[in-house]
Design a protein around this ligand. Structure first.
Ligand code: GDP
Ligand code: MG
Length: 396
């Protein structure tokens, strides 16, 4: 019988060496831990030593031995798997379990979520940003911020402010060379079109610090509603701005020709439900009398839900509006819906109104004002003003 001794760093390596040197007939007799190298067994590194012999037994036996080895190997693999699973569980225990609670936003159960990302979702919800918009911001944060960087929530907030700002469409001020400038406001009933026309009439038509009064005319095609004409006429009287009404496309054409000497003609329109297609078509027909280059502004209330806003934006598309006036900012602290819709539709905001008082509760839209209106962001006012102040009036 031939005997052998094998030393190796690990048990596995020893067995492998044995198989390589002596093949499948090798059998193990003894097995012990030893020190490899060093002097008199000292100072060496840890290793194993096994002794064995070569058996003359028939193949089947060996096959059985191999089978055992396979089972052992499989068991070892399973142990490794179990070990890895245990490690993963440990790791997860160290993370907040937010991802698993399924906030409705998360990537799904089983994913850990950094607390800052969770906080960001809350911020987005607090401002009424729709889910898709919130998801986009959180995804960006996840992509662009490392785990360590996420610890600094202030810098994440600043970045998100920038990402929101990037998405808000801006436009250069309307060209003032066209005379008269024809500005039409369309939009659903009760959003504040007539009130806004009065505010604009004051803004342009009354003298104020450093600004001379411009020649403003008001035309209303809101003569269907009893009292509606009266409302704007009273404003006109107070401001000494002439108000006339048009009921047909020909009327409107004539009035615009008549006011050829005016600098700005403001046109107030019938407030109708965006679902009253017949009335909308009728109004479109009348407004065609305004010539080829009127500026059409769609007025919507900041309090409108995202879905309704999308429907309104869609239904007023035939009027070819190029700007959006956001009214009633004083009635809500959540502007995520309107911001997400103007971003999606690519329509710049021209004016913001925030109260019933004529003429003061209006201002040209600015990124600064919109961004400062976001709720819950602890962003330094100076940061926003320095960065976006230059774009003030950008959309006006
Ligand atoms: N709180 C608030 N109310 C407004 C604002 N603008 C208009 N309103 C009010 O909304 C109501 C409808 O306004 P109106 O101009 O007649 O709307 P229109 O039907 O679109 O012409 C009136 O009571 C206005 O005083 C605003 O910015 N804030
Ligand atoms: Mg009105």
């Amino acid at each position: 019988m031939q005997y052998f001794t094998i030393q190796a760093k690990t048990h596995r390596e020893a067995i492998e060496n044995m198989r390589n040197q002596y093949g499948e007939y090798a059998k193990i007799l003894t097995y012990r831990n030893v020190r490899l190298g060093g002097v008199l067994g000292l100072f060496g590194s840890k290793g194993v030593e096994l002794t064995g012999y070569l058996s003359n037994e028939e193949k089947p036996k060996v096959t059985l031995e191999e089978g055992k080895l396979k089972v052992l190997e499989a068991a070892r693999k399973e142990q490794t798997l179990n070990y890895i699973l245990k490690e993963i569980k440990e790791l997860k225990r160290g993370l907040p379990a937010n991802g698993e609670t399924g906030s409705g936003f998360g990537p799904g159960p089983g994913y850990g979520q950094h607390p800052s990302l969770e906080k960001l979702r809350e911020l987005m919800q607090q401002n009424d940003f729709p889910q898709s918009f919130a998801n986009e911001m959180v995804e960006r944060a996840r992509e662009r911020f490392s785990l360590t960087e996420l610890e600094d929530f202030t810098s994440l907030e600043n970045a998100v402010i920038d990402w929101i700002a990037e998405k808000i469409p801006t436009a250069p001020p309307e060209p003032e060379d066209q005379k008269p400038r024809v500005l039409i406001i369309v939009g659903p009933t009760g959003v504040g079109k007539t009130t806004t026309i009065a505010k604009l009439a004051a803004l342009y038509g009354l003298e104020s610090e450093g600004k001379t009064a411009r020649r403003v005319r008001i035309v209303t095609i809101d003569s269907y509603r009893i009292g509606a004409k009266k409302q704007i006429e009273i404003y006109g009287e107070i401001m000494r701005i002439p108000v006339s009404s048009a009921e047909t496309r020909e009327d409107l054409k004539k009035l615009i020709a008549l006011h050829a000497d005016a600098e700005i003609i403001l046109i107030d329109t019938i407030g109708k439900s965006q679902r009253d297609y017949r009335k909308l078509a009728e109004m479109k027909e009348i407004l065609d009398g305004a010539g080829s280059k009127p500026e059409v502004h769609l007025a919507v209330s900041a309090t409108t839900k995202t879905r309704d806003l999308e429907e309104i934006f869609q239904q007023y598309e035939p009027f070819g509006y190029s700007r959006v006036i956001v009214t009633k900012l004083d009635e809500t602290s959540q502007i995520g819906s309107i911001l997400s819709v103007v971003a999606k539709k690519g329509k710049p905001i021209s004016f913001l109104t925030d109260g019933q008082k004529v003429p003061q509760d209006i201002e040209p839209s600015s990124l600064v004002r919109l961004l400062l209106n976001l709720e819950g962001f602890h962003v330094n006012r100076d940061y926003i003003e320095n960065k976006y102040g230059a774009q003030r009036r950008a959309a006006g």
